[in-house]
Every structure is written in structure tokens, then in C-alpha cells.
Design a protein around this ligand. Sequence first.
Ligand code: ZN
Length: 226
Amino acid sequence: MLILSPPLVLTGVIDPGHGGKDLGAIGANQLAVEKELTLSYALLLEKKLVARGHKITLTRRDDSYLSLAERVKIERNIPENDFFLSIHFDASVNPAAHGTWGFFYNRVVVEGGGYHVTDVTQTPSILGQALAGALVEQIVARARTNNRGTQPRPLYRYDQEEQKWMLVEKNLYVLRYTRVPAVLVEIEFLTNPAAERRVLNENFRDLVTDGIVAGLELWGQMYLKG
Ligand SMILES: [Zn+2]
């Protein structure tokens, strides 16, 4: 059960990944198409959040193609957003891979083998990390998916042989260029046949979107409103 006390109004952008000519990932049994799933989850999520008084903008409401820059622009054109949340489903060459994970922006630069945090107090980055954690935790608690945790993007690792920091995973555009705390959540792996069946299930979609609502509200209460 979700309890809202004191009243908290969040303003934010929900971004259903892919769309139009960009299908995203395709399920192991070719039943699930990522662009369709992201939209159906986002529309249900919007309905639940609006019913609870939150102010939500979707980057797309139908099967249209949007560039990453256009998605970011929608966020940047709204003066008072609290968050940006991009919804995706994952794919792997390993058909056993499954679970939920969240990505947040890592505000560091690696130059000449050195590792510098550009600004540790950079608010969107810290709040983005906290939001990613809250979302993954609440989705996993309800939908009982495998908890893959959260990761920064870009991701660097120290290479002992080379004795320098190496880029392991690059930037995610929508995390890098939005102004506000931003998270990209990968709800499940479509390349896992069992997970593909689950994500098409209405009850699972209901549990996942409940988890996202709870994660957003817990995060908002903890970090935004005193
Ligand atoms: Zn995707």
C-alpha cells in the first residue's frame, strides 16, 4: 500500500524508450518488442502518478520516433522538473541474464590515465543515484525480479596492467544532457524467454509500475521536500 503524507507533488518527465522505426530489443520468442512495452508501461505509470496528483509529461504517447536530443529537449523546456525517467527493457547475448537495473549519470572525467570527479556536489548526479536505487529497490520488492543494482554511466575501471583508468561503459545521452536527476531503468531482459513472458503479463506490469510510483515518492519525500 502506498501512503502519501504529507502531500507531495512531483513534476517529471517519463520517457518510453525507442519508438517508430527504432524497435529496441526483440524478445527471445519474438513476442515482445521493446518500443511497445516501454510505451504501455509508461502510459500506465503516467495514469497512476497523475491520479496521485503528480505532474507528468511523456516524451511520446504513441509509436512515434524521437531522437535522444528531442527527448532531452522536452525535459529542458519544462522549467521545474524534479526528475527524468527513461524506461527500457534490456537484451543480452546470454539468454539466462535477467533482472532489473538502474543507471545514473557519473559526473567524472578521465584524462591521461587520471580520474577526476568534476563536481562531487553536483546535485542532479547525487539525486539521480539515489533515485536509481529507490526505483530498483521498489520494483524488485514488488515484481520479485533479480536485483542487479545500479551503475553509473559512464563507467570507469582501474586497469592494473595498464595502470590507468579505462572507460568500460560509455555515456547514456539522456542521462548526460538532461538538467535534472535522471535515471534510465532496464526493467527486464527480453532475451530471457521466461522474463519475456513475464513482462507481457498485466499483473507484472501493474507491480512494476506500483514499484516505480513508490520509488519516486519515497525518493521525493527523502530528498526533495525537507
Ligand atoms: Zn532500450
